[in-house]
Design a protein around this ligand. Structure first.
Ligand code: FEO
Ligand code: CA
Ligand code: CA
Ligand code: CA
Length: 670
């Protein structure tokens, strides 16, 4: 393992990335100032033993998997038969021996006939609205044929980094054209991809599916808060129609073939919160006067002094039907409003649907939604239209975790407690169902629009930045990446270590397994355990599912999760340089059997970039490379990365495909 000297990052990621991606969230006060305690701290050893007995009793049907057997590292697991790549700081995508790679699409590539090729120095908003957007994060591929030769790719464009998009950018005085380019560079892209039988190199195609969602695209607001006074503006007195979506981070593919996408750090786009003196704004990190991008100078909707409710129209889960380019995308208020990383859906035995979603900020919560309606099978337009209403009507819950070890054994270092596991039980606390609120002092509308405040009141458990959360397609176990939280136990007044978040100054994060009781998606209680406690394997306080740590790759700040068809977990990272300045990557890890926990680094992305949106196909893996070259001191005027175009080019966020070479017909991954 290469181990490089520590780089001089504030806590890692370049200042410009922090400012433009999440509005410097890490450098503002944590918005969660609620005093709701962690209940696991309060349980006695005796209760803990009793709780442990309950866990044991239910374990047969719904427990998190056991640790790897000590006599592990035998044959490679199916789907993971590759030699891990070394951690590095290269300005390229590094893949294992025997694999090839190709660029699928780059920022600015045309999505429609007649649109000019990208020209860094001649960009316009009109062109950008028909080209691939900036900073791709989540991606999905909906195959159009059984061999996955063609598919519809959908990607989020989380945010714009103007200093990397324009030469000579003056952050104090952006031009209207620059601002309008940014509006067009946000949102999502939908486009067809195609590859040959003998290569994994997907390339974009013009097709009837191709579509750009920008800040000008109309969305329909649905669910119990649609039409609420809290969502009405001068432009939309109905509170049901919003133009655009912003800061779309991760997402999911629904079982009915639509795309969900989370509006994450929406707070940073709204100016003049300071004058409003509204604690509900502060709870969402909406603070200050002028914004970084100064959009408020060009459209009053970004100015809270003029449009106080516009901010309430962001922070939702959106749903898009990529099969129908004329469809109106939806904002689902029934899933609550917070900094949604993502949402992912599973179908319960009786046909109702369950959606999981995390609120990606330090000390925020994990949520679950259970629909009232049942899924309609089939892939007809009518079935999709019906299924797209399922997330509008149901009950929203928030998670409360309880550890089964005594609080005294959770010492904040990450040292395992005497029962050998960070684990325990938990429950889903109801917040609202339709027009009914379960939160004292809050109406249902308020619960949906100010969900964080509702969750504070019912004593939800403060987690270390819940990022992607997804249900294993075969076992039903839910996996959640908890990225990091360097303020846990450090900032005065903030919560210290708890069993599900067992490290103070948590730089590297953890991966949580959550198994609903009796394996029932509708259950309101669950068992949980930490599968990974991330970091360098030679740190005694890291944990890799019980696997021999001399065999695993180092990992920091898990972000997106995905599964392959063999049931292995894949994890991409957003380490902000926290892994001693090493590049981010994509990892594969078995979840079962003697190889459980054998984490291997599959690829790394270029300097300054983040690995996002992994899609693990049968023959091709794709990842999004977000913000390549964004390191301190760099800009469009002083690029430190020339990926992917090389020469003296500026870096371009892009999607990369990776496949195994050397077979007459393309082989399987791993
Ligand atoms: Fe956009 Fe949660 O990271
Ligand atoms: Ca324990
Ligand atoms: Ca992230
Ligand atoms: Ca991300």
């Amino acid at each position: 393992m290469i181990r490089l000297p520590l780089v001089n990052h504030r806590i890692g990621r370049a200042a410009v990335t922090c400012e433009y991606r999440c509005g410097d969230a890490c450098f503002h006060d944590v918005p969660n100032t609620s005093g709701n305690p962690y209940f696991g701290d309060l349980i006695s050893r005796r209760t803990a033993l009793k709780a442990g007995a309950v866990v044991a009793a239910t374990a047969a049907t719904a427990s998190v998997p056991a640790a790897a057997a000590p006599e592990s590292h035998g044959r490679p697991t199916r789907g993971l038969d590759f030699k891990p790549v070394e951690v590095n700081t290269k300005d390229e995508v590094v893949v294992p021996e025997g694999y090839e790679q190709g660029i699928v699409i780059r920022w600015g590539d045309p999505l429609f006939p007649g649109v000019p090729e990208f020209d860094f120095d001649a960009q316009t908003a009109a062109k950008q609205a028909k080209q691939f957007g900036f900073n791709c994060d989540f991606a999905a591929i909906l195959p159009l044929d059984p061999l996955e030769l063609t598919g519809i790719m959908v990607t989020n464009h989380e945010y714009t980094s103007e200093p990397f998009m324009f030469r000579g950018y003056d952050p104090a005085n952006p031009t209207r054209e620059q601002v309008e380019i940014a509006w067009a560079a946000h949102g999502l892209s939908v486009f067809m991809i195609k590859r040959s039988l003998f290569s994994g190199h997907y390339k974009p195609r013009f097709s009837k599916y191709n579509r750009r969602i920008t800040l000008h695209t109309p969305f329909e607001v649905r669910g119990p808060a649609a039409g609420s006074d809290l969502l009405k503006t001068s432009v939309d007195p109905t509170g049901t129609r919003v133009l655009g979506t912003i800061n779309n981070c991760s997402g999911g593919v629904t079982p009915w073939g639509t795309i969900l996408s989370g509006e994450e750090n929406f707070n940073q786009y709204f100016a003049n919160a300071a004058g409003r003196n509204d604690p509900r704004l502060a709870r969402y990190g909406v603070t200050g006067t002028a914004t970084t991008r100064k959009w408020e100078r060009f459209d009053k909707r970004w100015d809270l002094a003029q449009e106080p409710n516009e901010v309430n129209r962001f922070g939702w889960i959106i749903e898009l039907d990529p099969n129908d380019p004329d469809s109106t995308p939806v904002k689902h208020t029934a899933l609550g409003r917070f900094k949604h990383e993502t949402a992912n859906v599973r179908i319960a035995d009786d046909g109702r649907v369950v959606a999981y979603s995390g609120d990606d900020e330090r000390f925020e919560y994990i949520y679950k939604f259970i629909s009232n309606g049942k899924v309609k099978r089939g892939n007809s337009k009518a079935a999709r239209r019906h299924n797209m209403t399922l997330l509008d009507d149901g009950t929203l819950y928030v998670a409360r975790f309880k550890g089964d070890s005594p609080a005294s054994e959770i010492d904040g270092t990450g040292k395992l407690p005497s029962d050998g596991k960070f684990d325990g039980t938990g429950e889903w606390i109801p917040l609202a169902a339709g027009k009914k609120s379960f939160v004292p002092g809050m109406s249902a509308e308020e619960v949906y629009v100010f969900t964080r405040i509702a969750a504070d009141k019912v004593g939800a458990t403060k987690m270390d930045r819940p990022e992607d959360i997804e249900c294993h397609p075969r076992t039903g176990t839910v996996y959640c990446a908890l990225s990091n939280n360097v303020e846990r136990g450090v900032t005065p007044g903030k919560e210290g270590a708890t069993e599900p978040n067992p490290r103070v100054n948590n730089r590297h994060g953890q991966v949580l397994e959550l198994a609903e009781r009796r394996g029932d998606a509708l259950a309101l209680t669950f068992n949980w355990g930490l599968f990974l406690v991330c970091g360098f394997p030679d740190d005694p306080n890291t944990y890799f599912g019980g696997y021999d740590k001399s065999q695993v790759s180092p990992i920091s700040s898990p972000d997106n999760v995905a599964f392959d068809r063999h049931g292995n977990l894949w994890i991409s990272t957003d380490a902000d340089g926290k892994l001693d300045g090493l590049n981010d990557g994509l990892y594969g890890v078995p979840l079962e059997g003697p190889e459980r926990g054998h984490l291997k680094l599959f690829l790394t992305v270029p300097r300054g970039g983040e690995t996002c949106g992994p899609v693990i196909g049968e023959r091709v893996i794709t990842v999004c490379v977000q913000h390549p070259g964004e390191v301190d001191g760099a800009s469009a005027d002083k690029p430190v990365s020339n990926w992917p175009d090389r020469g003296t080019s500026r870096p371009r966020p892009s999607v990369v495909a990776v496949w195994r070479k050397g077979r007459r017909q393309l082989g399987e991954i791993g």
